[in-house]
Design a protein around this ligand. Sequence first.
Ligand SMILES: Cc1cc2nc3c(=O)[nH]c(=O)nc-3n(C[C@H](O)[C@H](O)[C@H](O)COP(=O)(O)OP(=O)(O)OC[C@H]3O[C@@H](n4cnc5c(N)ncnc54)[C@H](O)[C@@H]3O)c2cc1C
Length: 544
Amino acid sequence: MKQNSYKNLLNSTWDVVVVGTGIGGATIGWELARSGMKVLFLEKGKNFLLSENGLRGDFAETFFPSPSYAQSKYSDILMDSGRWWEEVYDLSVHKIKKFIPFIGCGTGGSSILYGGAMERFFPEDLTPIVQKKGDFDESSSLPDYWPISYKEIAPYYEKAEKLYGVKGTRDPLKKDMNFSLSPPPPMLPAAEELFDFFLQKGLHPYRLPIAVEFKEGCEGCQGFICPHFCKNDSLKVCLYPALTEFGAGLVDQCEVISLEEENQKVKSLICIKDGLSFKVKAKIFILAAGALITPLILLNSVNKNWPNGLGNNNGLIGKNLMRHHIDLYAIFVKNKTDLPSNKKDIAFNDFYNDEFKLGTVQSFGLLPPANIIVEELFKEIHLAGKFFKIGKYPLKIFLKNIFSRSILLASIKEDLPYEFNKVELLKGGKLQQKLIPVIKYQLSRYERSRINIFRKKLKRILKPYRFLCLKQSENNERIAHVCGTCRFGEDPDTSVLNKYNQVHTIENLFVVDSSFFPSSGGTNPSLTIAANALRVAKFIKQYC
Ligand SMILES: Cc1cc2nc3c(=O)[nH]c(=O)nc-3n(C[C@H](O)[C@H](O)[C@H](O)COP(=O)(O)OP(=O)(O)OC[C@H]3O[C@@H](n4cnc5c(N)ncnc54)[C@H](O)[C@@H]3O)c2cc1C
């Protein structure tokens, strides 16, 4: 696409304008463009469609002039790496903390950074009422049911698995769910050792479903843009064909800041490109700017009918933020062939639907290099006003040594929704020209106790292996699985979207990123975002 054509694109009238090109936005845009609709994508970050664009094949931090954690002064490098480059404010405790979240920004959104684990939710995830019958925290806003059943989303899971080329084996605990996946490549010997160990313990390990082609030289590019087009992200799988085969348009480096409503319909959206403000018109508007930004676009869209933000009569937009509680376990295996490992080989769900409904355990895949982790650790310690007793260099050697002898697993725990956990707009002027997220996220006593239960269970299961637990559950910077800030539901008083992801009472406005989740489930979100986007696309094609 020619660079100078963006003004024509912004001044045309479209059937559908999609804001954001992550899993949610690119998947729905692709499906609608394929069906003949005129689709325009607006994307805040850069365009990585061509192989020569962007910094690929390594973490953004490795391109910094000296070892450091992500900071605003390196925003150009972060931007070129498909990473978010602006600060988020964390006001969860009295002291303000600012950080740059490790999420995606650019064509493909977070999926150009993701590890490609594409898991179905369990049917129980869509009926949280079952969970509420056990030991349950009444202050949580967990709904009784999702507004759709597992049966309704199952065909779209299958379609999304095919679209994203997911390879793996079926979880033996999903025996009632009738689906099959393409076979994965052989496991790493260290993963095989753990797989057998878990089997002997009576657990139910399986091959983690992964959206990767495993081309020769596959580096398991988690955390950066894949240089070999081996990872099946939303840029490769959906955005590229939508633009090249199905006539869709794309304007990159274009930030959408608000919507204009009249008579319960969105008439236009306001976006900023090259410092200029544009009004874009369409019949249908789809927000997919991610669970941190989509609510801010709505909150920033005020008029006399909607003084608190578009669709926000019940004050729920931005609330119920969830992010999963994730810990890492470096397990010292006997077979050290091909370690450190960048592969996502195995998973088990034996603690998923037990009495505590904790979540999944799976291979973590590629970690940032030890010197970057050291910089992160020192930042945390420095912010806490403490000092490390050992220097950066010995710590780096120590970590390198650990990673070369161990295999990494992650525990992903479902966090429940609470209205006090939220994202808000940093205030400054009536109509914001810049959307700066302020998050407030606290762990309830119930969540803390479930984090500890998960840790104790894994400690018991991993015996007699030696392992190191890298605790990250309490860290609010770990926000890659953020969701829930525009929940869908049947009752307009307790939800932001209806079951077709339409903002209640605004018929031409949809939200399809992970904001719609009314509960976070205990596993990776991407497949559910993609499947749901395909489901919503069908509704739009039939009724809009
Ligand atoms: C390192 C990493 C590894 C991960 N691994 C996995 C994994 O293995 N499996 C899994 O399921 N999930 C994984 N995730 C999480 C997963 O990538 C996200 O949950 C998912 O991609 C979110 O998709 P989304 O469509 O909701 O939003 P996003 O992908 O966040 O997309 C939002 C898009 O909107 C754009 N945007 C933002 N603001 C604006 C604006 N104002 N105007 C225009 N555009 C805007 C952004 O640039 C972005 O392109 C990982 C995430 C990270 C960061």
